[in-house]
Each structure stands twice: as structure tokens, then as C-alpha cells.
Design a protein around this ligand. Structure first.
Ligand code: ADP
Ligand code: MG
Length: 699
């Protein structure tokens, strides 16, 4: 039998393949490009293209594509076959260095937020050699960045790579101050934990809302959901296990280090976590993972729902973004060290993150903002929309001791003086297990838990890398001028703790009292919805920071704001129209049919003997008739609100109209339908219920 190590990465043009297929000098030159970002010579590109094509064709590939991540949030590909006619009437398989390096897809159908007028339809894709090419469905997929002809980024990969570069540059300056001259490169790594729901395909097909919007827009709460806590880590249903096994196989072949799988909090909810990798690769692989999850589900008669809130009232799906900063010499800069110097360095990076998260709460919040995630944040076991950092008691105690120049009383009584003392070793286990924090330190990494399950992790990591690059820059600017490094570092860290401790919160983030304290006492931002936060990307502070690190140009920031808000408005408009349709053509008629049946029953009983009618049926008829009226008038007023969007001045105004008008009307309509659902004979209800969907995947 073949073991995993025999086929792991068999569809990836990875380092092993490159080493064996490329001439030594070509391999060396390509490696230099990958590791140090040097320019790729044409000669090298041609040789790599040939080796890649030969390898892919040998594995049955017929096409190649530049695989990229436009701002729609999903990946895009346009397939070209390798065939070239040969003089004898046959074909040969060709692929040049030029085709490898650069593509020119018609960019006019991808969102650009005004960056690329439609008449300038051309955009181009450029090979990203730091992410391996792979074969999917007989197609060689080449990870690429996607830009306009003017060079503006039209994708998520370009700014992500730029943000990694910004952080690299600033972190190297700090490391130099600590005497780490051997470090050549600093990169961030991410392990994204992906949550998802599995539902029966047959039931899915019967629900317009799932098909059009990825979530249920109606549905009364069934008698049981997650209150028994019996699903999380529960034993996995055989049907689900078969799916997971198949999924792992597919992912392993594509070189994705799928590692952990388990049931999640809600019924029908599960999680998959890979082993962490460089942020760029983790982002590409997470996109690929989401695609494969859906494909494999279809083979098993299932549908994989990646929406953040497929079901109201039960746990939503997120993506925990485990993030750390490491050097090419193998040091995790977020891990406390053994020597005083290592510890001071650790505290410097830790404080840079604390300062960054506090100063750029708005950017972090908006980096995870989508219509879907708005439903999840702050509801049913998801972190609130207020950002805070969890450090754990011990690390918190250490920071307090440093702030106040007091002895640290945790492990030993000790005055904490940076550069002299070794930090007490704190117990890693006590640092985690606060599941309620949006941004938790977990011993050697931060876990950013606000990301939505369907969104690319690129956005969150672009902002995270950029704002930490900024605080590291502020530190480096000061410390490079210092005449007494240790004393000045100590002061800098103390100052950071004093100024930014408001962002540290070790209590229960789900508690309402916390939201009150956070906003009223601490002045933290509570940006509940996408329209609340997205326009803040345009503030002077944020534009200045992002442009100064060359992560975005001002025009790119404006276009992204536009695209994200457009996406929000379109998503909710589709949801509203789907609701109107379901209410009018399915729900109301179903209730009317049931009313008809009840009326007939009453008439039949009366015909036999009037005393058989106790009023129960007539009461129900009255109640349901009121419901139908509420549903139909609710659908009408929702329609009016949607029509009113045409009058919006601009996209920001439209998003406010949605937040304040359309969404409340949707909530009202839903409440009326859900009320009627529990009064209606199940056999009349026009589509599968919450109970059917949540408990429908059984063997
Ligand atoms: P949990 O208890 O939250 O499930 P794990 O230790 O299992 O935590 O890690 C979850 C994710 O974090 C995995 O994807 C793992 O690979 C990733 N991870 C572990 N260490 C690091 C690190 N230093 N940097 C980034 N991600 C990491
Ligand atoms: Mg975790």
C-alpha cells in the first residue's frame, strides 16, 4: 500500500522536483530568486519553463494557467493548452519562459474599483516563484500576482508580498541592534484553522437561500442545536470521516500539510488545520484548500458551506490565523528565549505587536469585514467586534512589573530589568485556552480569531504585517540613535506598556460588561458592521502608514475600499432579493395551503357536528393568516428598501442604507416567517428545516 510520504506533494513542482529536474546552475539561480528576491534571468526562466512543462505533461497535464487571486475573493484561472502545431500536422507540447513569467488575461471583468478603466482592459499576471506551481485537474497552475498595466495591484497577493517585505525590512533593523548580523531575512508564518459546515447536497438543492447566498435566510431554531456541547471534538460520523480522508488525500497530493481535523461546536460543523507555513504560501494553500473542500464534498453527496454564518443562532465559522515572525536562522521572534538578550528582543517584538494592534484596531477590524462576518462577530461563541489582546496572567504580570518597576512576583520575587534578567519561564499551557479573545498570545505566536471562514487570509495578514512593520520602524528609528541601548530600550518598552495597556484584556470577551468597559472606559473601537469600519481605511493615519511602507498606493487603498463596500452591498442585495422571492413564492403559498387544509377540517367537522370544533383550528387559522399578512407586507417593504438603494449618493451611502434600512427589514421578514414555521404542518413547509440540515449528515 502507498503511504502518505510516497504521494505527498506528488502534484507539486516543489524543491525536490526542481532539484532533480533542473540543471545545477539553473536550480541555484532560481533558489536565489526564491530566497532573496533577485531578478530571474530569461535563460533561467526558459529552462524552468521547459522542466515544468515536461514534468506536468508526464503527469498527464494538457493545459497551464496563471492562477491568481483577484479582489472577488476567490481564485481565477484561464486555461491555455500546451499544444503547438507541428509541420507534419501533429502537435507538440510547448511552454516558454515568457509564458511562465507573464500572462495577459483580459482584466476588464475583474473588480478594480476604478483603477482600471474598462477600455484599458489589459492587466497582467506575473509569476510568484516563492509559491510552488502545482497540477490541478490536468492543468499546471502557476501562482501569480495580478496587476493593471499601470502597475497597480488588482489582487491580494501583491500587497501581501509587499507587506511581508515591509516587515522584513524593519525587523532586520531591530535584529541588527541586538547584534543578530547573521539574519538575512525575516518572514511571517501562518497556520490558518479553517472551519466549515457539511450539509446534504440533496437538501441543499432544495433551498434557494443556500444556493444563491451560501447561508440560510429563514429557519426557526430546532429543539436542539449545540446546547449539549456534544459535537465539539465528538466522534466523527463515518460519512464525514470518509469525506475528511478523501480531502486529506487530495490536499496532501497538492503539498498542503493538512494536519488536524475535528468536529466543531455546532452540529454539522468541522475544522481542518494545516501545519503553518510562510504567509504567502499559507494564503495560496488556504485558497486551494477551500476550493478542494467544496469539490470533494460534491463527490460525497455533500455540500461544504464556507459561509461565516450559514445558520442563525448557532456557532458561525471563522478562520483562526495563527501568526508568528521568524528568521531564516530558525528563530521564532515571538518565543521567549533563554538569555537576557533574547528576552529583551522577545519583549521588543511583543510590544511592537501590542502597540500595532492598539494603534491600528480599525485596520485589523476592517481587514476581516464582510457582510458574512458581520453576522458572526459578537454572536454565538465568536469574538466581539472590539479588538483586544489576550496575554495570559503570567506574561501580563511580567509586563505590569516592567511598567511599574516593581518586582515580578509570579515565579520568583524579582525586579525585572531588561537586558539583565532572564524572564521567568512561563508555562505555555496557561497562556492559551481563552477562547473568547479576538487576538490571543498562545506561547510563541498570536492567534487572530476574527477572520471569517470564507474570506482570503491575505487581507488580515496584509494589515497585521504592515502595522507591525510600522511600530518596528518607530522603535528602530529611536533605538538606532540611542547612546545607551539597554536603558533606552527599557524606557521604550515601559512607555509602550503604559500607553497601550488598554488593549490588553485577559477576561471573558463574550461578556456584555466587557463591551461596555472597552468602549466607555478604555476608549476602544466597537465597529460592529462593515459600513462602520470600511471607510476608516481612508483616514490620513492609515493611508500614511500603508503608503509609507509601500504596501498600497493611495489609489489602491481607495479602490479597495470601493470594492469591499460594493461587495457588501451586492451580497446583501442578493440576500434581500432571495428573501423576497422565497417569501412570496414559497413560504406564503405553503402557509396558505395549510390554512386551506385547516379550514377544510373545520368545515368537515362542522358538517358532522358543530360541537367538534373547539376553536383550536380557528385560532391557528387566525394566527397563520396574520403571519401571511406580515410576511407578504414584510416582503413588500423590503422590496421598497432595496429599490431605495438606487438613490444612494455613493457606495458609502449605499452601505449605510443597507445597514440601516435593508437589514432591519430582512430581520423583520425573517422573524415573521420563522414564527409561522413552528405553527405549520412540517409536510407543507417548502424546504428542509434547520433540524433537517444540521442533523442531516448521518450514516
Ligand atoms: P490550537 O490549540 O489552537 O489548535 P495548535 O498548536 O494546534 O493550536 O496550532 C494551531 C495552528 O497554529 C496550526 O495550524 C499550527 O501549525 C499553527 N502554528 C503552530 N505554531 C505556529 C507558529 N510558530 N507560527 C504560526 N503558526 C503556528
Ligand atoms: Mg487554535
Amino acid at each position: 500500500m502507498k503511504t502518505v510520504s510516497d504521494y505527498f506533494g506528488c502534484n507539486v513542482f516543489d524543491d525536490r522536483v526542481m532539484k532533480s529536474k533542473l540543471p545545477a546552475d539553473i536550480y541555484k539561480s532560481l533558489k536565489k530568486t526564491i530566497d532573496e528576491g533577485t531578478r530571474l534571468e530569461d535563460r533561467v526562466a526558459n529552462a524552468v519553463a521547459k522542466a515544468m512543462k515536461d514534468w506536468a505533461v508526464e503527469k498527464g497535464a494538457t493545459h497551464f494557467t496563471h492562477w491568481f487571486q483577484p479582489l472577488t475573493g476567490i481564485t481565477a484561472e484561464k486555461h491555455d493548452s500546451f499544444i503547438e502545431p507541428s509541420p507534419d500536422g501533429g502537435v507538440i507540447m510547448e511552454f516558454s519562459g515568457k509564458e511562465l513569467i507573464k500572462g495577459e488575461p483580459d482584466a476588464s471583468s475583474f473588480p478594480s474599483g476604478g483603477l482600471r478603466a474598462t477600455f484599458e482592459a489589459r492587466g497582467y499576471t506575473a509569476w510568484d516563484p516563492t509559491s510552488y506551481a502545482f497540477i490541478k485537474d490536468k492543468t499546471l497552475c502557476i501562482p501569480t500576482a495580478f496587476c493593471s498595466y499601470g502597475g497597480e495591484a488588482l489582487d491580494k497577493k501583491t500587497p501581501l508580498l509587499r507587506s511581508m517585505e515591509a516587515l522584513n525590512k524593519q525587523a532586520l533593523r531591530i535584529l541588527k541592534l541586538f547584534g543578530n548580523d547573521d539574519v538575512k531575512r525575516v518572514t511571517t508564518s501562518v497556520g490558518p484553522e479553517q472551519e466549515y459546515f457539511l450539509v446534504s447536497k440533496e437538501m441543499y438543492e432544495k433551498r434557494e437561500d443556500l444556493k444563491f447566498t451560501g447561508r440560510t435566510l429563514f429557519g426557526a431554531k430546532p429543539p436542539k442545536t449545540q446546547e449539549m456541547d456534544d459535537h465539539y471534538f465528538g466522534s466523527i460520523q463515518p460519512k464525514v470521516q470518509e469525506y475528511m480522508n478523501d480531502l486529506n488525500d487530495e490536499l496532501w497530493k497538492l503539498g498542503v500539510l493538512a494536519k488536524t481535523e475535528h468536529n466543531e461546536v455546532a452540529p454539522a460543523q468541522h475544522e481542518l488545520a494545516p501545519i503553518y507555513s510562510t504567509t504567502n504560501i499559507a494564503t495560496d494553500q488556504n485558497q486551494l484548500t477551500m476550493e478542494i473542500m467544496q469539490k470533494v464534498a460534491a463527490r460525497h453527496g455533500l455540500v461544504c458551506l464556507l459561509h461565516e454564518k450559514p445558520f442563525a443562532g448557532v456557532n458561525g465559522s471563522g478562520k483562526h490565523n495563527n501568526w508568528s515572525i521568524g528568521t531564516d536562522t530558525g528563530v521564532n521572534l515571538l518565543s521567549p528565549g533563554d538569555t537576557p538578550y533574547e528576552n529583551a528582543q522577545f519583549l521588543t517584538f511583543l510590544c511592537a505587536v501590542i502597540k500595532a494592534v492598539d494603534e491600528y484596531q480599525d485596520l485589523l477590524r476592517l481587514s476581516v469585514a464582510t457582510a458574512g462576518n458581520d453576522h458572526r462577530l459578537g454572536a454565538n461563541e465568536a469574538p466581539p467586534a472590539v479588538i483586544s489582546i489576550f496575554l495570559g496572567e503570567e506574561l501580563n504580570g511580567i509586563l505590569e512589573a516592567i511598567e511599574k518597576d516593581k518586582p515580578y512576583t509570579g515565579v520568583e520575587k524579582k525586579q525585572m530589568k531588561l537586558g539583565v534578567d532572564v524572564l521567568p519561564r512561563f508555562n505555555r499551557d496557561t497562556t492559551d485556552r481563552n477562547r473568547t479573545s479576538p487576538f490571543a498570545f498562545t506561547g510563541n505566536k498570536f492567534e487572530f480569531r476574527m477572520l471569517g471562514s470564507s474570506n482570503s487570509i491575505a487581507c488580515a495578514n496584509i494589515m497585521l504585517n504592515s502595522c507591525v512593520a510600522e511600530t518596528l520602524k518607530v522603535y528602530a528609528d529611536q533605538l538606532e540613535k540611542s547612546k545607551n541601548f539597554e536603558a533606552d530600550l527599557h524606557k521604550l518598552i515601559q512607555k509602550t506598556i503604559k500607553e497601550h495597556k488598554r488593549i490588553i484584556f485577559n477576561g471573558n470577551g463574550y461578556d456584555d460588561a466587557w463591551i461596555k468597559e472597552a468602549t466607555e472606559k478604555r476608549g476602544l473601537l466597537n465597529l460592529r458592521t462593515t459600513p462602520d469600519c470600511m471607510p476608516l481605511i481612508l483616514s490620513d493615519k492609515n493611508v500614511k502608514m500603508l503608503t509609507s511602507h509601500k504596501v498600497f498606493s493611495k489609489a489602491e487603498i481607495e479602490s479597495r475600499c470601493e470594492i469591499m463596500l460594493e461587495n457588501y452591498c451586492k451580497t446583501i442585495t442578493i440576500e434581500a432579493n432571495t428573501m423576497i422571492d422565497m417569501a412570496k413564492t414559497q413560504i406564503a403559498p405553503a402557509i396558505e395551503s395549510y390554512i386551506g387544509k385547516l379550514a377544510k377540517t373545520v368545515a368537515d367537522k362542522k358538517a358532522i357536528d358543530a360541537s367538534l370544533v373547539f376553536g383550536y383550528e380557528t385560532d391557528l387559522i387566525k394566527k397563520l393568516s396574520v403571519s401571511v399578512e406580515k410576511i407578504l407586507s414584510g416582503a413588500e417593504s423590503l422590496k421598497t428598501k432595496v429599490a431605495g438603494l438606487a438613490k444612494a449618493k455613493d457606495i458609502i451611502d449605499e452601505s449605510y442604507k443597507i445597514r440601516d434600512g435593508v437589514i432591519p427589514a430582512m430581520t423583520k421578514l425573517r422573524a415573521a416567517a420563522d414564527e409561522a414555521e413552528v405553527l405549520t404542518d412540517r409536510s407543507y413547509w417548502p424546504f428542509p428545516t434547520y433540524g433537517d440540515l444540521l442533523f442531516g449528515v448521518r450514516n
